[in-house]
Design a protein around this ligand. Structure first.
Ligand code: ZN
Length: 158
């Protein structure tokens, strides 16, 4: 093996570390009192419950983003990674990320959207083999879509 090359196991360990780090120290955690958009997401199967806050500025960019809630490590890490990936992006881009991430995690991946660089979100790939955990990982993303589309009812995985 070449020095410095990562094996599949190394990569999985790295991803696990990343998930645990985000679950223990979620980024952008808290309320956004000035939020222009907000929505709740509920995953009754696991007991995950969270709320996404967006502050959409002029020019339709996400000037600020936050989430709060409680749930399993996967749901919290996914929400944290979401906020990190989408802060400062255009709302239209956020929807492209929604499509890319949910399609990838549910195995319904269509043609790859080359404008979407999933980056650290690839750490969520490990849940694909566990359908119940997929709902944990996509919960924040469904809440994001509800917030952007200003749907009044909570996003639920059931
Ligand atoms: Zn969960």
């Amino acid at each position: 093996m070449m020095p410095g090359s990562a094996t599949r196991d190394d990569l999985q360990d790295l991803y696990r570390e990343l998930i645990l780090d985000h679950a223990r120290h979620p980024r952008h955690f808290g309320k956004l009192p000035s939020a222009t958009h907000t929505a709740e997401g509920i995953n009754p199967l696991c007991g995950d419950k969270l709320r996404i806050y967006l502050n959409v500025g002029s020019g339709d960019t996400i000037d600020d983003i936050a989430f709060e809630g409680s749930g399993c490590a996967i749901s919290m890490a996914s929400a944290s990674l979401l906020t990190e990936a989408l802060a400062g992006r255009a709302v239209a881009d956020a929807m492209r990320y929604f499509e890319a991430v949910t399609q990838r995690l549910t195995g319904k991946e269509g043609p790859r959207d080359t404008a979407v660089d999933l980056g650290k979100l690839g750490a969520l790939d490990g849940v694909r083999d566990y359908p119940s955990r997929v709902k944990c990982a996509t919960l924040a993303w469904h809440a994001l879509r509800s917030a952007i589309e200003e749907r009044p009812a909570p996003a639920t995985t059931e």
